[in-house]
Design a protein around this ligand. Structure first.
Ligand SMILES: *Cc1c(COP(=O)(O)O)cnc(C)c1O
Length: 364
């Protein structure tokens, strides 16, 4: 049996340290906005090279709070990728704004910077590129189009913790970077969690107010806010794992590079260039034989999955608003993509078994 992710092996390798951190957090009884939260925010800001980092209750909330802090609201449009998890677009809608989907690059599966300008209208307020599967989006042209049109740049880094472009971490290239600590993410906690990296003190301050009931001073409320805080227990777990994130990500890269070496002649393997460091939240390939491969893998008790089978403009919830939207690259990729098991602790032996099974499926 080879699963998509294996959280248990990682937990067991860190068990004594994580158990102690959790028990210490419980003993301290400072469960909400406690010392681990403050320390984790500081440690994460330092790791990312971000001026500020503010934690919150989930990656979805990180996007929502970032969009609100950016002053985006009803009547505004936000440009994003159609090939992402629904939360990216949901958060835009929570703020009362409208997502505008721009087609993706066929190699990176990230928003195609060359198509952004044509989607800009007088209502456009921001662009949210997603660093999908751990592959950094092509940020230089996205940054320049945002600068030219005075648009805010908010990065969806839910899948890209630790991914860098020319040594600069994703989440520090725009004004705001939104991270998720959902258990299966590259840096995952043991429940829900999220964080926003902020370029300015003003944005960080506004997000701190929003995550805590619109309050800067206790029982003084300047606006309608939310209850969206990271638990101290989760922060304690994340602090243990943050110290290992580079090892986790290099483990993922080892697995991915072995897959690519073994599979490059039979499927279209993930693209990598020298600009960005891909951290392989998912190992996603393209093939016309998806059903055949997935059936053969399942027969051998090897998991695989389709991320994502339906681009957002084709989802029931957006289909009506997007009847005239035609995004052929996203649609083509969604029809041919599939993801293989990838986690830091995956053995080379397991990778070889998966690759061998795929090759067997293809020879029939
Ligand atoms: C996981 C994910 C989110 C949402 O994060 P949660 O912590 O599950 O709320 C947002 N965007 C992308 C691209 C994701 O993969």
């Amino acid at each position: 049996m080879i699963p998509m992710v294996d959280l248990k092996t990682q937990y067991h390798s860190l068990k004594s340290e994580i158990d102690k951190a959790v028990l210490d957090a419980i003993e301290s009884c400072q469960f909400i906005l406690g010392p681990n939260v403050t320390a984790f925010e500081q440690e994460t800001a330092a790791y990312l090279g971000a001026p500020y980092a503010v934690s919150c209750a989930s990656g979805t909330d990180a996007l929502h709070l970032a969009i609100l802090a950016a002053g985006i609201g009803p009547g505004d449009e936000v440009i994003t990728s159609p090939f992402t998890f629904i939360a990216t677009a949901e958060a835009i809608c929570y703020a009362g704004a409208t997502p505008v989907f721009v087609d993706i690059d066929p190699q990176t599966f990230n928003i195609d910077p060359a198509l952004i300008e044509a989607a800009i209208t007088p209502r456009t307020k921001a662009v949210i590129p997603v660093h999908l599967f751990g592959q950094p989006a092509d940020m230089a042209p996205i940054m320049s189009v945002c600068k030219k049109h005075n648009l805010l740049l908010i990065e969806d880094c839910a899948q890209s913790f630790g991914a860098a472009i020319n040594g600069k971490m994703t989440g520090t290239l725009g004004s705001l970077g939104c991270f998720s600590f959902f258990p299966s993410k590259n840096l995952g906690c043991y429940g829900d969690g999220g964080l926003i990296s902020c370029a300015t003190a003003e944005l960080a301050e506004q997000i701190k107010i929003l995550r805590n009931h619109g309050s800067r001073v206790r029982y003084h409320h300047s606006e309608i806010g939310y209850n969206s805080r990271l638990d101290d227990i989760q922060a304690a777990i994340l602090r243990v794992k943050l110290k290992r994130i580079d090892d986790f990500n290099s483990g993922r890269r080892r697995v991915a590079h072995l897959y690519s070496e073994l599979l490059k002649d039979v499927v279209s393997v993930p693209f990598e260039d020298n600009k960005g460091e891909h951290v392989y939240h998912q190992y996603t390939l393209l093939t016309d034989k998806r059903d055949i491969i997935m059936a053969k893998l399942a027969e051998q008790q090897i998991s695989s999955a389709v991320y994502y089978p339906i681009p957002l403009h084709k989802q029931d919830v957006f289909a009506e608003a997007c009847v005239k939207v035609c995004l052929p690259v996203a649609e083509g990729v969604a029809s041919r993509c599939m993801s293989l098991p990838v986690y830091p602790e995956m053995t080379d032996e397991s990778v070889r078994l998966v690759a061998k099974t795929i090759k067997e499926a293809l020879v029939g």
